[in-house]
Unconditional design. Structure first.
Length: 206
């Protein structure tokens, strides 16, 4: 069934427990269709991931919201995102925090995301093309890190570049089924919680 933004926000986000008003306002503002190819724009508010080319997907709206809410984003946060993809999650982050550093290994996808996000006048997004498993040391540490691709373990560089009291969220597991894991770093100890099953495209280690 096709849907619209308002229905998506009510049925897929609020009814499933998303309640952070600033996050909901960000979803009201950002048009998901802008991040899709022309033939898929009509499906922008369906309850699922969609293809964005290069064998990659734009995440399901609920997953974008759920991961964002779990990170407890503050407007003072500096956030590292691994897997720019379409740039939709990047836009939601940029609505809520001070600075977003987003890494994508496929230049074509980063280029497309940059064009869309620049047209929306975001000036707090920094794009990096490269292997995100190494993080981005230049401006570390990060208050929050979000990885939107899955691997069997969290890359060590990402933990190292996380601030004290920082949070990192990432799907961890096998190729076709993972658990969404939330890590919190406190005085060099990592606390983790399992937020449940999920399915993401793989995090490529090069
Ligand atoms: N948040 C994005 C999700 C895109 S899918 C969206 O909603 O549009 C995950 C993305 O991670 C893909 O674009 C893939 O190319 C990228 N990716 C996979 N491994 C990576 C790596 N090592 N470094 C950077 N990006 C990576």
């Amino acid at each position: 069934m096709k849907s619209n933004k308002k229905t998506m926000i009510n049925e897929q986000l609020i009814k499933r427990g998303i309640h952070d008003q600033k996050l909901i306002d960000a979803f009201k503002k950002v048009p998901r269709e802008a991040f899709l190819e022309d033939d898929l724009k009509q499906y922008a508010y369906v309850d699922s991931p969609l293809t964005i080319g290069n064998n990659q997907t734009i995440s399901q709206p609920y997953m974008v919201a759920y991961m964002s809410e779990a990170l407890d984003l503050k407007n003072t946060d500096k956030v590292l995102e691994i897997g720019t993809g379409s740039g939709y999650q990047t836009a939601i982050l940029a609505e809520l925090v001070n600075e977003v550093y987003t890494i994508e290994r496929i230049k074509n996808l980063s280029d497309k995301a940059q064009t869309v996000l620049h047209s929306m006048n975001y000036d707090n997004i920094h794009f990096i093309i490269g292997n995100g498993t190494k993080g981005y040391k230049d401006v570390a540490p990060y208050d929050k890190t979000i990885v939107t691709a899955a691997a069997t373990d969290v890359p060590h560089a990402l933990f190292n570049q996380l601030a004290n009291n920082g949070k990192l969220i990432m799907p961890v597991g096998e190729r076709f089924i993972q658990d969404l894991m939330l890590y919190e770093k406190k005085d060099d100890t990592l606390y983790k919680s399992n937020l449940g099953g999920c399915r993401f495209v793989p995090l490529i280690n090069h």
